[in-house]
Design a protein around this ligand. Structure first.
Ligand SMILES: Cc1cc2nc3c(=O)[nH]c(=O)nc-3n(C[C@H](O)[C@H](O)[C@H](O)COP(=O)(O)OP(=O)(O)OC[C@H]3O[C@@H](n4cnc5c(N)ncnc54)[C@H](O)[C@@H]3O)c2cc1C
Length: 462
């Protein structure tokens, strides 16, 4: 589905000089994915300003038989936002906060606003959107909804889906679906907005969203605890959940992930003197009365006494909190060294995380003797970002075989091959290996109904 010169002229006339570009130097940064792993092409960058402009643009493309790839902040990790000849539709000029209501605990925001901008606006009225991820300075509301993003507070607040009250979406034939209400209860038939959440831009272009607001956090405790094994981490997780109120993040980091981050990312510090085999980053939050810190100290003291943890440290200042989180957020960059590797975003039932990690190590070593295993992530959700790296200096690496083996393992344990990053282009083939055939049929039927001409992100997901 290529765009004809006549279509490009009509799009340029529709959007005006501010609203488009065909200059490849201007477009270039949008054609390469964050890690440089995927590069794309497009004849035309569209930057509409309103939902009506998006609607007219989609109608023109649909009539001309040209496909569109929507893009938000270009932080996606499965390449669904990188066009391969399609029109590139950036939401970057649609960033307005249309309404902010502390009394209704809701915000209506355009799809191109970054999560950080929404956090800042909510903080201004003593509220927050309880979704936190390292890419929030660039990731947009439209992208976060389209990938149903997760992050570090999912165990307490849920994924992006849980934050969405309503959506405004431009459909593949240009119609605008207005489902932008801010109701908590609205049982009037099919909840259509749910279909667009996690659809990766294949069913419609999200132009605005109504999101829930939560009360601002009044006290927070961030701590690091060292454990000797994932089993001990699991024990600590349940201890923390049951004996302390407000556990909102429980992030596991294996030694290799920390060692590589300390080596390759400047300005990081080892959080615990013992440099334990596994370090857990815990965060607790409270909205209301204080006294959180004493309870967490007692919890960790008990865990130490009973042998669940080897060591622990509470952050005593905002700077120390930031240092702990900076280490966690630098783990990806730590092993993004250009060396051969296979990255995974798997989830398993939380109870299976230790068994998964043990079996993954075994399988990886069988395929790649001496492999370096980087394992970290949102253990409180059973979501591990597992990377198998070639031994230092070894160039040969059976990437596909490793990917398949890790996915086979996760699924055999009741898990998923994509916990939070989505399918995009990168995992599309793997999806067909694992998704229930009836579910796949229904997904294809939905795509055919919503987008019979294949206008919207035709290479992603399904
Ligand atoms: C350092 C780093 C840390 C990260 N941490 C996490 C994490 O903890 N949890 C997590 O879930 N993800 C994480 N991610 C992945 C990424 O930030 C998320 O997938 C995010 O939701 C993508 O948002 P975006 O605006 O950048 O979307 P893009 O990357 O631009 O697009 C992502 C997908 O959404 C589609 N899309 C974008 N906007 C729209 C729209 N308005 N309408 C329809 N479709 C649209 C695109 O076509 C594409 O398929 C991380 C990424 C980085 C770089």
């Amino acid at each position: 589905m290529t765009a004809s010169p006549a279509l490009l002229q009509s799009l340029a006339a529709l959007l005006g000089p501010e609203g488009h570009s065909t200059d490849q130097d201007v477009i270039a940064p949008k054609l390469v994915e964050w890690r440089g792993r995927y590069r794309g092409t497009t004849p035309f960058l569209a930057k509409p300003r309103t939902a009506q402009e998006v609607s007219r643009l989609v109608t023109l493309c649909a009539d001309a038989g040209a496909a569109i790839t929507p893009q938000g902040g270009n932080t996606g990790l499965v390449a669904g936002q990188i066009p391969e000849g399609e029109i590139l539709l950036s939401l970057e000029r649609m960033q307005a906060i249309r309404a902010l209501s502390p009394l209704n605990d809701s915000v209506i925001v355009e799809a191109g606003a970054t999560l950080q901008a929404v956090h800042d606006a909510a903080a201004g009225v003593n509220r927050r959107v309880p979704l936190t991820l390292a890419s929030q300075g660039s990731a947009t509301i439209g992208g976060l909804i389209s990938t149903n993003a997760g992050g570090v507070h999912v165990m307490r607040h849920g994924m992006m889906r849980e934050q969405v009250l309503g959506l405004e979406v431009v459909l593949a034939d240009g119609r605008i679906l207005n489902s932008l209400d801010t109701l908590r209860k609205n049982n009037t038939g099919y909840d259509l907005k749910q279909l667009f959440i996690g659809a990766e831009g294949t069913l419609g272009i999200i132009t605005a969203a109504a999101l829930k607001l939560a009360p601002a956090v009044t006290s927070k405790v961030v701590a690091a605890a060292g454990v000797e094994s994932p089993d001990k981490a699991l024990a600590l997780f349940h201890r923390a959940r049951h004996h302390a109120d407000g556990l909102c993040a429980f992030e596991l980091m294996n030694r290799q992930s920390i060692a590589l981050a300390l080596k390759n990312v400047p300005g990081l510090r080892e959080p615990l003197m013992l440099a334990p085999p596994y370090t857990v980053l815990l965060e607790f939050e409270r909205c209301g009365s204080n006294g959180l810190e004493d309870g967490i100290e007692a919890l960790l003291a008990d865990a130490l006494e009973e042998g669940d943890i080897l060591d622990a440290a509470l952050a005593r200042s905002t700077a120390q909190e930031h240092a702990l989180w900076k280490l966690r957020e630098s783990l990806s960059a730590g092993h993004r060294t250009g060396e051969p590797q296979a990255n995974h975003d798997i989830s398993v039932p939380v109870s299976e995380t230790p068994a998964f990690l043990a079996a993954a190590e075994q399988k990886a070593q069988a395929l790649v003797p001496g492999a370096r295993i980087v394992a970290f992530g949102h253990m409180g959700d059973g979501n591990i970002h597992l990377t198998v790296m070639a031994p230092e200096g070894v160039a040969e690496f059976p990437r596909e075989a490793v990917l398949r083996a890790m996915h086979d393992l996760a699924v055999s344990m009741g898990g998923s091959i994509s916990a939070e990053h989505g399918i995009g282009v990168a995992r599309r083939e793997e999806l067909t290996r694992f998704k229930d055939p009836v579910a796949l049929e229904m997904m294809r039927a939905l795509k055919a109904t919503f987008d019979p001409k294949g206008v919207l992100n035709p290479r992603a997901l399904i």
